[in-house]
Design a protein around this ligand. Structure first.
Ligand code: DX5
Ligand code: ZN
Length: 218
């Protein structure tokens, strides 16, 4: 069986107790941390920037999966690489020169990732998939935690999985938005490898038991 990864999204964490939250997630056996960077332009919300990413990098050994929901991502990738991203994800809809930015990330020794909004077809990525380490399928409209999973996202995961098999590629498929214990099994069977979850984890007191339930389903 291929490895599956649980990536809690810190968007729903308590930032006043962030160090405790990071420890709790490590103890709960999360595989990586998902960090949502929002600029108030590409998405109607604002979060944090490289300064906070760097602090988080120092406070945990878990890999950092940095999801840039920002315009002009090309200008910012070096900052986030320097801050400690292990995976760096740009939105297809927010960059002009996607091929260039994906290569730029890879050249720095960081895993690259391209994210698509719900309304974007994965087929738009057909020609860059050979240079991609991960594709992030947004299963809600980006900007906020706690939204409902958009069902047709499953078909996009299936499309990517069959493209990957057909062409002998090995990029990871990540899903983000509304992931919970009821849909994670279906997503896994459709071919998803990395499962981002914010509210489904942080709305419970016992993170370890949610993550354990996730693993039972995938
Ligand atoms: C939304 C973010 C997600 C968000 C997911 O734009 O990209 O990472 O935190 O939160 P849930 O799991 O609550 O939908
Ligand atoms: Zn995200």
């Amino acid at each position: 069986m291929t490895k599956k990864y649980i990536a809690p999204s810190l968007l729903s964490a308590n930032f006043l107790r962030l160090e405790d939250e990071l420890k709790a997630l490590e103890e709960a056996k999360a595989d990586m941390l998902h960090l949502d960077i929002m600029d108030g332009h590409f998405v109607p919300n604002l979060t944090f920037g490289p300064f906070i990413v760097k602090q988080i990098r120092r406070a945990t050994r878990l890999p950092l999966d940095v999801h840039l929901m920002i315009e002009d991502a090309e200008k910012w990738v070096d900052e986030y690489i320097y801050a400690g991203a292990d995976f760096l994800c740009v939105h297809y809809e927010a960059v002009v020169h996607l091929d260039r930015v994906l290569r730029q990330i890879k050249q720095k020794g960081v895993k690259n990732c391209v994210s698509i909004n719900p309304s974007t077809s994965p087929s738009q990525l057909e020609f860059v998939l050979e240079l991609v380490d991960m594709v992030l399928v947004m299963s809600v409209n980006p900007g906020f935690g706690g939204q409902s999973f958009i069902e047709y996202s499953l078909k996009k995961v299936e499309w990517l999985n069959s493209f990957r098999e057909k062409h002998g590629l090995d990029f990871l498929i990540e899903v983000d938005g509304g992931v919970n214990v009821d849909n994670i099994g279906r997503l896994s069977r459709a071919g998803a490898d990395v499962f981002v979850a914010g509210s489904a984890i942080f709305n419970q007191n016992d993170y370890a038991s949610v993550i354990k339930k996730f693993r039972e389903q995938i």
